[in-house]
Design a protein. Sequence first.
Length: 287
Amino acid sequence: DEATDPGVPEENWECIQRFCAQVNADAQGPALAARLLAHKIQSPQEPEALHALTVLETCVNNCGEKFHSEIAKFRFLNELIKVLSPKYYGTWSTEKVKSRVTEIIFSWTVWFPQEVKVRDAYQMLKKQGIVKEDPKLPEDKILPPPSPRPQSSIFDMDEERSKLLARLLKSSHAEDLQAANRLIKSMMQEEQEKAAKVSRRVNAISEVSENVKRMDELLEDYKRQDLPRADHETLQNLFQRCEKLRPLLFRLASETVDDDEALAEILQANDALARALGRYRQVAASR
């Protein structure tokens, strides 16, 4: 109720994070959360429905495969479809809510291609004319997790390759020793690439943190009074730089599917970035 309070104009991120933590802590959390969120998304109060959709997206980011399996069931998808369908709540749901629901279902077809029910539900909406065309996902949309890495990934072969290398090095045949040399070079190159990726990730997350902190400070001043010209230019430059950091975070996320902890850091940085960009647009519009 706190995380979706319609009387609060902005998202209560502390409550949203606590909600996600509770979902993860309780064995029945994903199933119960899906039912609660479906009810809130169908609220006749637009702010409550929009807050609930933000909570839903944040849970998708933070609550893992059990939550993903719940939202990919027809039982939950049907509750989202009711918000769009004129046979149910589509006649009085606001365009803003219906647009967000459409974007979310479409984004799941992109990020969870293995979930056939999600794809079928979206295709049904298009066939019935409820969805006319694929939506363009907004730039400040909360970043969903990338698809799970395939089990044939190179990271699952380290033990097997180590055994192969040991066998090749014991051989007295020249071609086996040459193959061992090539394998060592390949493994060293991979380690160097891993180190470079870690460095890029650490630097990007650090830059996001510093930029968001500075933006927040300037925005607080901007709410109360006009900024000096220099600070105003700094704020605009920070906003532009933060916008350019978003595609970088997307690329880093796609490179980091083998490290859950690092991926969580990237997702948290992206959430902070999205909130900062949203606050800038809101303050700039009001000023």
